[in-house]
Design a protein around this ligand. Structure first.
Ligand SMILES: [Zn+2]
Length: 291
C-alpha cells in the first residue's frame, strides 16, 4: 500500500472513505482525477497482470506483455469487426446481452464520464471443499460447474450476482449483471475510490474450487487447483475479452482482482494460478479466427 493510503479506514464494516480527487491509490497507482491507473495501457496491464501467488502475494511485474496483448494494447491490433464477433458469440451460444448497447460508464453511469476501461478477472473460490480433496475431474464435475450458487433465489439484487459474467470450467458463460450496469466487485472500487470508480470496471468470475490449507490454523481457502484455469476457460475468457472490448469501443485493459486490491486489508487472492501465457495464446488464436 502506498503512503497516501496510510491512515484511511478500510475495514469491511466502516463506510468508504472518500479520498481527495487528486489522490493516487492502490498498488497499481489509480489516479482518481484521471479515472485511470498510471501509465500507458501496456504499462497499466503489466502491473495489473502481475502474477497473483499463494495467499495473494504478488510475483515480479512482467518486463513485457506477451505478444498478443502487447499488440492489442500498443495499438497494432485493431478491434475485430462487431458483426464478426456477434456471429462468433452466436455460433457458440454465448449471450452477453448483445454488442450494440454501450457498456457502463464511470461515476455510477454519469453520461459525461468515460465508458468502462478495465476487464477484471476473478476466480469464484467456490465450491469450497474444506479438508476434503478436490473431485477427480474438476473441469467436468457438475457441482464445480454449477452456476446456481452465484444466482441465489431471493438474493438481494444490489448484492448478487456479484459480477457481470460467470465462466465455468467447460467454457459455459452466464450473464450476471448487465454490462451496462455500473457494478463494483473490488475493495479499491468500493472502499477506496468510491463512486467515481463505479462503472469503470467490468467483472468476470471464473469458476474455481478451493480447499483448506491444513498448515494454516482456522478457516482458509488458500489451496487452489493447479492448473488454476481449464483450457476452455482461457479460450472463452479470451473471447469475452474481445467481445467486451468491442462493446466498449476500444481495447479494455485486463486486470486481476488480486492486483487491484493488493495492499488493502482483507484483500482477495484471486485469480489463483492464472497463466498469462495461456491467456495470451488463447487471445492470439481468437484474433486469428476473427481476421
Ligand atoms: Zn474476486
Amino acid at each position: 500500500m502506498i503512503a497516501l493510503l496510510a491512515g484511511l479506514a478500510l475495514g469491511a464494516s466502516q463506510p468508504a472513505v472518500v479520498p481527495e480527487p487528486t489522490a493516487v491509490v492502490g498498488h497499481c497507482r489509480f489516479i482518481i482525477a484521471d479515472l485511470s491507473f498510471a501509465g500507458s495501457p501496456s504499462e497499466q496491464a503489466r502491473c495489473l497482470l502481475t502474477h497473483v501467488g499463494y495467499r495473494g502475494k504478488l510475483g515480479r511485474e512482467p518486463e513485457r506483455l506477451p505478444r498478443g496483448l502487447a499488440g492489442v494494447l500498443d495499438g497494432r491490433s485493431r478491434l475485430p469487426a462487431k458483426d464478426r464477433v456477434a456471429q462468433l458469440l452466436d455460433s457458440e451460444g454465448i449471450d452477453i446481452g448483445g454488442l450494440d448497447e454501450p457498456v457502463s460508464r464511470a461515476r455510477d453511469g454519469d453520461p459525461a464520464a468515460p465508458l468502462a476501461r478495465y476487464f477484471v478477472i476473478h476466480d469464484t473460490s467456490t465450491p469450497y471443499y474444506a479438508n476434503a480433496p478436490f473431485p477427480a475431474d474438476i473441469d467436468r464435475d457438475p457441482k464445480v460447474n454449477d452456476f446456481a450458487p452465484y444466482f441465489p433465489v431471493g438474493g438481494d439484487p444490489e448484492k448478487v450476482p456479484v459480477a457481470h459474467l460467470f465462466l465455468d470450467r467447460l467454457g459455459a458463460v452466464k450473464l450476471g449483471q448487465l454490462l451496462s450496469r455500473p457494478w463494483r466487485a473490488t475493495k479499491l472500487e468500493s472502499r477506496v475510490i468510491g463512486l467515481p470508480a463505479k462503472g469503470l470496471f467490468l467483472h468476470v468470475e471464473t469458476v474455481m474450487p478451493r480447499r483448506r490449507d491444513a498448515r494454516i490454523e482456522g478457516w482458509n481457502d488458500a489451496i487452489a487447483p493447479k492448473p488454476g484455469f481449464s483450457k476452455a476457460q482461457y479460450d472463452r475468457l479470451a473471447l469475452l475479452y474481445i467481445a467486451l472490448s468491442v462493446r466498449a469501443g476500444s481495447w479494455l485493459i485486463p486486470a486481476q482482482h488480486g492486483t487491484i486490491d493488493q495492499g488493502l486489508p482483507q484483500a482477495h487472492d484471486d485469480p489463483q494460478n492464472f497463466s498469462l501465457r495461456s491467456f495470451d495464446r488463447a487471445l492470439r488464436h481468437r484474433l486469428r479466427q476473427l481476421k
